[in-house]
Design a protein around this ligand. Structure first.
Ligand code: 13P
Ligand code: SF4
Length: 305
């Protein structure tokens, strides 16, 4: 870690009464310097709760947007304005409105990995940590549209026994992890527990032991007596898994599972963000108010684990 840049960040943070939030896929040094790290649900809760004036969001666009929706009075900064999420861009509000016309009686659940406009047109938001609980909480006689991740949608459908209308979105980082990757890792480490993110494909999840959000993986590893884990998600989380569990071994199911957008955040960009108050993320009021309703319901429904 560059101590000179770290010193600058600390000084600027104090000057601006800022807090740094980082997703579990961020580069290791960014996770280490953050005030709070977490999964999408944990970071949303933190963004809603903090009394800081400025939130520096080390993650991708939809996460900073979520913070801006939940805390409109705060300045929310995304240190690299090009850090987007291709999955979130796989459905537009117009496409969702068309889908709703096909199923006019349906309730819409959108994964938090979506634009503010899509959230505004949804009834409920969810994350990978509480998708099952959110779907389970909905009236049994109502049809449910689930957007945009088909793989999280199938996971929620399977766990709840509900028949969901799915959108064909996917995460390009998680779908590179193959069945072969899991079989090969299992053959090499037969004693290991395989933890997979619900964004993985169905065959990968079928070969895994646990399907968990990123923070749920951290909790599971901390509580487990196992000494070896195969990790089927973006490899950034392995940094903290190793740090928090020095006596266990963590093996990436695929070294190719790297999210290039998550890796755009650097220490220099955090300094520039705090020096120049860039890049400010805000959401127009009319969209914000509607999107907040869907997000508030998500924050209320906590996961079972
Ligand atoms: P979680 O950290 O909420 O499990 O989400 C994974 C993800 O892909 C975020 O972009
Ligand atoms: Fe989006 Fe996938 Fe990157 Fe998460 S890991 S930000 S879902 S592209």
């Amino acid at each position: 870690m560059d101590e000179r840049l770290l010193g600058k960040i600390k000084k600027l943070k104090d000057e601006h009464r800022a807090v740094i939030l980082a997703h579990n896929y961020q580069p290791g040094e960014i996770q280490d310097l953050a005030d709070f790290t977490g999964d999408s649900l944990g970071l949303s809760i933190k963004a809603a709760e903090t009394d800081a004036d400025v939130i520096v969001f080390c993650g991708v666009q939809f996460m900073a947007e979520t913070a801006a929706i939940l805390s409109p009075e705060k300045t929310v900064l995304l240190p690299d304005k090009s850090a987007g999420c291709p999955m979130a861009d796989m459905i537009t509000a117009e496409q969702l409105r068309q889908l709703k016309k096909e199923y006019p009686d349906a309730l819409v659940v959108c994964y938090v990995n979506s634009s503010a406009e899509v959230k505004a047109d949804s009834d409920y938001c969810c994350t990978s940590a509480n998708a099952v609980e959110v779907v389970n909480s909905l009236p049994k006689d109502r049809r449910i549209i689930f957007v945009p991740d088909q793989h999280l949608g199938r996971f929620a459908a399977e766990r709840t026994g509900r028949d969901l209308v799915l959108w064909p979105g996917y995460c390009h980082v998680h779908v590179v992890i193959t069945e072969d990757d899991i079989r090969t890792a299992r053959a090499k480490y037969p004693d290991a527990i395989v933890m997979a993110h619900p964004e993985c494909t169905e065959p990968v999840k079928e070969l895994s032991d646990e399907m968990l959000s990123t923070s749920q993986m951290l909790k599971f590893a901390a509580r487990s007596t196992a000494k070896r884990f195969i990790i089927a998600t973006e490899i950034g989380i392995i940094h903290t898994l190793k740090k928090e569990n020095p006596n266990a071994q963590f093996i990436a199911a695929s070294e190719r599972a790297i999210c290039p957008n998550m890796k755009k955040i650097t220490m220099e960009k955090i300094v520039w963000a705090l020096e120049d108050m860039q890049y400010k993320i805000s959401v127009p009021n009319a969209i914000r108010e509607k999107a907040k309703k869907a997000l508030d319901k998500m924050v209320e429904i906590l996961p079972a684990r």
